[in-house]
Design a protein around this ligand. Sequence first.
Ligand SMILES: [Mg+2]
Length: 376
Amino acid sequence: MKIRDVRLTPLMTEAESISAGPGAALVEVETDEGITGIGEACIHSERGEAAIAAQKIVEIGFKPLLIGENPLDVQRLWLKLYSYCEWYGRGGVAIYALSGIDVALWDICGKALGVPVYTLLGGKFRDKIPVYASLLFDMDNPEDTAKEGKKYVIQGYKAVKYGWGKTRERAFGMNPDEDEEMIRTIREVLGPNIQIMVDVGRFVNLTPAQAIRLAKRLEKYDIFWLEEPLPPEDVTGYKMLSDSVDVYIAAGESEYSRQGFVEYITRRAVDIIQPDVTKAGGLTEAKKIADMCETWNLMMVPHGFSSVVNVAANLQLVASMPRAFILEYRRTPSPLISKLAKKPFTYEDGYLKIPSEPGLGIEIDYSVVEECSIKQ
Ligand SMILES: [Mg+2]
């Protein structure tokens, strides 16, 4: 089997806010045996420009390196592309694009061998995984924000995460009194038995001292984890924060490649490591990061807030992780979550079932790709 074409399609949707992930990039690797692998590069840029940059990298840079290659040689091809990233810098958009190709190669392997990807990752530990409803803060409307989460609690979700804010100007983490009122309202509306996660996100960069104070203020509302309150570069700050508060500290969606996680893991700077399969280097790299977390006895909860392809890749990964215990499930509305796959995932009482069809187990609806593709 040989690769005969590689494509990246930049996608953009109408979204309620810039933090709702309006963009994404669908990656396809086509073989000469009629199998096409599907992947995603998680690219949310507000005007689609990062996905267009990734498209150039894939179609001008990576494609000539892949044509004629055997798609089953996933790790060799990963290294071949990673070495070529020298010209782009070994991170950012280039490694997002590489992640998309890597996921597509794993999808091909599964389809060619007639097994789900988790079998190729070492086999499964579970058939289903608890998911948390992943939502956004509306800092102007604590009541509405809380009621949005309650909708999912009524559907059986046992955990809800809120993040960021609708705009750069009105984000969580800017005003401690408003932050506390927001979390107090959410706890009151969701009730005592629901896990609540708080994702400060990338509109705000707190110092360790500010984050410690915030975490301590929120402790009385029994927050399960506090995510990304510090700039991703401040690993020492994360270590200080984790050592100073009871609430779990989570981070990792802004890192890429296993090297990006080495310090976080080996210094035990956070409690929960959150690589994104479609940003950090694909399933190849995410599996290595998961193995590092297992070795250092840390929790890992993969990040995923873009499309159904991201969720599908995450489901295969968590199936193969010995101690995976929860997965992110974006519930802010987007056709990339609700319509891009022909068949929805099976959700039941707080769990997503892990697809057992060959490869990633999803089929793309190309009418949605057509509808959402950026016309250049
Ligand atoms: Mg986050």
